[in-house]
Design a protein around this ligand. Structure first.
Ligand code: CP
Length: 328
C-alpha cells in the first residue's frame, strides 16, 4: 500500500489484507515498531474519533507525532497559477512539500466548502497534498472519501459475523445541517466491495453522486454484490444491517435555503425500532458517529442491543493502526 485515499482504488485483496490485519490487532497482536519515523496529522476540520485513534495508533507503532490543527484559522490556496491576494496565505504546493520534509507519512482531513459542488468535488486540498507532499498520504476524511471509517466498518461487519453476501441498507436520516458525502459514499463503496446486497434508501432529492453509484455498480460486478436505490422503507425487509447517515442534497449544494426546504419535510427519518419490523432478527444498527440523538436515531436504538456504534468507533483504532503500519 503506497497511499490510502479511497478504498475503491485499492485491489480487493489489499483491502481484505488490511481488514484482516486490523482484526489481528483488535485481538491483541503487537503492532510493528518504526523508531525514528514520524507521522504528521493535519486537521483542517474538527474530529474526535479520527484524531484520537490516529494519535494512539502512532504511539503503538512508535511513530513520532507532528500534529497540526488548523480548523478555522488556516486557509490554503490550491489553484494552479492563482494570484494569492485573497484570504489564503499559503499555497498547498509549499505546505505539502514542507511537511514532507519533516514527517514520513501524513494524514489530512479537509471538508468541502458546501458552496460550489464542482469545485468541492475536485477535493483540492487532499489532492494537493497527494501531489506535492512526496510522502504517503492518508485521507482522514476529504470531500469525496473517508476510507479509514469504511475500513473500520468492514472490520466491524466481520466481527459481527454479518455474511459477506448479507444485506446492508444505507439510509439517509434527517439532520439540521447539510452534511458531506464522504461517509455514505465510502460506506456504499466498502459494502459492494465486500460483496454485499446494498440498498440505498433516501427521500427524493438526496441521491448520491452518479459517479459514486456508477463506481459502486462496477465494484459490485467484480465482487458479486449488488446495489440499488429506493425511497421505500420496506427495503429493510431481510436486512442484516441498517447503516444510518445524513447527507446534504447535491441538487441544492451551495443554496442553504433550498437545501433546508428539501430536508424539512423529512424530519420523520429518525431511526426507531419500527424501522426494523421486517429486518432479520438481530439486525444491527451502524453509524459512523458523531450522531444527534433523537434526531438521527432514537435512544431506544442507541441504547439497545442493535447498536454497534461504539464497536465501530473502537475499530477506528485498529483499522488506523493497520493502515499506518502498511505505509510507514
Ligand atoms: N467518524 C469520524 O470520523 O468521527 P470524527 O469526525 O470524530 O473523527
Amino acid at each position: 500500500v503506497k497511499e490510502f485515499h479511497h478504498l475503491g482504488l485499492l485491489p480487493a485483496g489489499e483491502v481484505q489484507a488490511l481488514v484482516a490485519r486490523a482484526g489481528e490487532l483488535a485481538r491483541g497482536a503487537a503492532a510493528r515498531r518504526f523508531p525514528g519515523r514520524a507521522l504528521g496529522l493535519l486537521f483542517l476540520a474538527p474530529s474526535l474519533r479520527t484524531q484520537a485513534s490516529m494519535q494512539r495508533a502512532a504511539s503503538s507503532l512508535g511513530l513520532d507525532l507532528v500534529q497540526l490543527s488548523g480548523a478555522g484559522s488556516w486557509s490554503l490556496e490550491t489553484r494552479d497559477r492563482a494570484v494569492m491576494d485573497g484570504a489564503a496565505a499559503e499555497h498547498v504546493r509549499e505546505a505539502a512539500a514542507v511537511l514532507g520534509q519533516f514527517v514520513d507519512l501524513l494524514g489530512v482531513r479537509a471538508f468541502p466548502s458546501g458552496k460550489d459542488l464542482a469545485r468541492d468535488w475536485e477535493d483540492s486540498i487532499l489532492e494537493g497534498f497527494r501531489r506535492f507532499a512526496g510522502i504517503p498520504v492518508v485521507n482522514l476524511e476529504s470531500t469525496r472519501w473517508h476510507p479509514c471509517q469504511a475500513l473500520a466498518d468492514w472490520q466491524t461487519l466481520d466481527e459481527l459475523e454479518v455474511p459477506r453476501r448479507g444485506k446492508l441498507v444505507l439510509s439517509w436520516t434527517f439532520h439540521p445541517k447539510a452534511l458531506p458525502h464522504a461517509v455514505p459514499d465510502s460506506v456504499l463503496t466498502m459494502a459492494v466491495q465486500r460483496g454485499m446486497e446494498v440498498v440505498l434508501l433516501r427521500p427524493p432529492g438526496f441521491d448520491l453522486h452518479p459517479d459514486v453509484m456508477a463506481e459502486a455498480e462496477r465494484l459490485a460486478a467484480v465482487s458479486g454484490g449488488s446495489v440499488e436505490a429506493t425511497e421505500e422503507r420496506d427495503a429493510l425487509e431481510g436486512a442484516h444491517v441498517l447503516y444510518a447517515k445524513s447527507w446534504g442534497s447535491l441538487t441544492a449544494w451551495g443554496d442553504p435555503r433550498a437545501e433546508a426546504a428539501l430536508r424539512e419535510p423529512h424530519r420523520s427519518w429518525c431511526v426507531d425500532e419500527s424501522w426494523f419490523r421486517a429486518a432479520r432478527p438481530g439486525a444491527r444498527f451502524l453509524h459512523c458517529l458523531p450522531l444527534r440523538r433523537n434526531v438521527v436515531a432514537r435512544d431506544e436504538i442507541l441504547d439497545g442491543p442493535r447498536s454497534a456504534v461504539v464497536l465501530q468507533a473502537r475499530n477506528r483504532l485498529h483499522a488506523g493502526t493497520a493502515v499506518l503500519e502498511a505505509l510507514a
